[in-house]
Design a protein around this ligand. Structure first.
Ligand code: ADP
Length: 497
């Protein structure tokens, strides 16, 4: 019997920390189920059984095999930090190493449409039939385009569980050519203007947006932004038409996993009460970056996907004109080759001031968080962003653009120097960024002011508890919506005889 808080949630996602991570989605899909679990919600997580994931697990039990329109899949089960983790196992996931979505040359796997149609079909089956998981699923909570088909496929069933779709990044849509549609076993009944059809293609993310009982995104500001043409990626009209069902819930962070007082990856532990050791991390970061060790020069850090969204080109443009730098910059990133090359050129021009490390390196990323004075995020848009919150916790002041979750999490120095936690520039342009950097360099020279700003950030909590309660409320609302939808369809069938 379901009580208010113990509804049973199937949480479907394409990455999860620490098993497979390309960005913030993985951290959220690891820590939100934990937080929901603590508040009494029963969550089961399901992800694809990628080769890299299976290689890290030695205790996967076979639960069942099930049929999908694209053939049979095996469902494995294990446990991750006390949460049941299910794996959709099929050669399209286990037959290749590396990144879950892309080959080494940074191109999407050509069979991604099939892989994530198959994953969504399997999740749909798991959610509909009690026998597979041995439990009646009340809610299916889907994340991003990789699972966007699930709410659409479930909408064809009655009764069905409630569906919640969370947009972590609207720009990645999983749009496929229509000629693939039938081959993928997708139902014709879903291909129309109010369904999956999107400018002649079929859009996986549109499935989530159009059919989920509730749609949310990962910060209140991004929830508003995506309903405008500028940030809407062609989905703004649909989102506006469903605006009464669209909301924003700010991501939290795992404050245990990201705690400078206990972090094993950094050179010296420190806290808001005892911040002195942060300077040892700055020395270590300068050393590891190959930059001169100097406590007095401000050290800016970047950890980022090298993609248009993140404004790395804006940063390069802002620095390119400079003949001499009054600060150091260390960049850790992976992604677009052109941005990598431009960063290397910047390093060549300013070897004493700029250091670039290309790759995905969790340990080094922790040292950047702990050792830098300022964390740079000149994003063009930012659904939530986790790094600015990790930075705040590590006494590293974020310098950010006024968008999405950045606007929702950083208190701007220009608005109130007493309570500020970072610096928000006017817009995502090289000029505004140059001004912001100058402002930081100026503030850094005032040691007591800087210490106050660091303290403000380090004592701000971004724990998941508050957001987990908001998700619980969202689940409750979605359950009500689904109950009404189920009843309407039942009645319609009844009156049709
Ligand atoms: P997004 O998900 O858009 O990439 P977020 O700020 O939400 O951005 O989350 C990014 C996450 O990925 C953070 O945990 C960040 O530290 C991590 N990350 C990004 N690039 C790298 C990298 N090159 N090496 C290590 N960690 C990285």
């Amino acid at each position: 019997m379901m009580t208010d808080n113990n509804c049973k949630v199937l949480f479907a996602c394409s990455e999860i920390t620490p098993l497979v991570k390309t960005g913030g989605l993985a951290d959220v899909c690891a820590s939100l189920p934990q937080a929901l679990h603590r508040t009494g919600t029963e969550v089961r997580v399901v992800i694809p059984g990628y080769k890299t994931v299976l290689n890290q697990l030695d205790n996967v039990a076979l639960v069942c095999t099930l049929d999908t329109p694209l053939g049979p899949v095996a469902i494995g089960k294990t446990e991750l930090d006390n949460v049941e983790l299910y794996l959709v196992c099929h050669p399209v996931f286990s037959n290749r190493p590396g990144n879950p979505y892309m080959s080494d040359d940074d191109r999407g796997w050509s069979d991604n449409p099939l892989r994530f149609a198959l994953f969504s079909q399997a999740v749909t089956e798991l959610a509909l039939h009690k026998d597979y998981l041995n439990v009646e699923t009340d809610i299916v909570h889907c994340h991003d385009w990789q699972t966007g088909l699930v709410p659409a496929l479930l909408a064809l069933h009655n009764p069905r569980p409630a569906t919640v779709f969370t947009i972590h990044n609207l720009a990645y849509q999983g749009n496929i050519m229509f000629n693939l549609y039938d081959e993928l076993g997708l139902p014709g009944a879903l291909f129309h203007a109010n369904g999956l059809e999107f400018w002649g293609q079929a859009s996986y993310i549109k499935g989530g947006i159009a059919y989920a009982d509730r749609v949310n995104t990962v910060s209140p500001t991004y929830a508003k932004e995506i309903q405008t043409e500028f940030y809407g990626n062609g989905m703004d009209g649909l989102l506006r038409s469903r605006s009464s069902r669209v909301s924003g819930i700010l991501n939290g962070i795992d404050e245990e996993a990201w705690d400078p007082a206990t972090d094993k990856h950094i050179s010296a532990n420190f806290s808001a009460k005892n911040p002195e050791n942060k300077s040892a991390n700055k020395r270590a970061l300068q050393q590891k970056s190959g930059l001169p060790e100097n406590a007095d020069i401000p050290l800016f850090g970047v950890i980022s996907r090298l993609a248009n969204q993140k404004g790395i080109d804006i940063l390069i443009d802002a620095l390119e004109g400079e003949t001499e730098l009054r600060y150091q910059l260390t960049v850790l990133g992976s992604g677009e080759t052109e941005l990598q090359n431009r960063l290397y050129q910047l390093q060549e021009k300013h070897p004493q001031h700029v250091a670039v490390k290309i790759g995905f390196d969790e340990t080094f990323s922790r040292l950047v968080e702990a050792g830098a004075d300022v964390f740079l995020m000149p994003s063009r848009y930012e659904p939530c962003g986790l790094n600015q919150m990790y930075s705040l916790r590590y006494g590293t002041l974020p310098l950010v653009t006024p968008v999405g979750g950045l606007a929702d999490t950083v208190i701007n120095y220009s608005d109130n120097p007493e309570t500020a936690t970072g610096f928000i520039i006017d817009d995502a342009t090289p000029e505004a960024l140059r001004q912001g950097i100058d402002q930081c360099v100026g503030a850094f020279s005032n040691k007591s002011l800087w210490a106050q700003l660091q303290h403000n950030g380090m004592t701000t909590s971004f724990s998941w508890e508050k957001s987990a309660l908001l998700y619980q409320q969202l689940y409750k609302t979605a359950l009500g919506d689904a109950a009404i939808a189920n009843e309407h369809i039942r009645n319609a069938r009844f009156s049709a005889g």
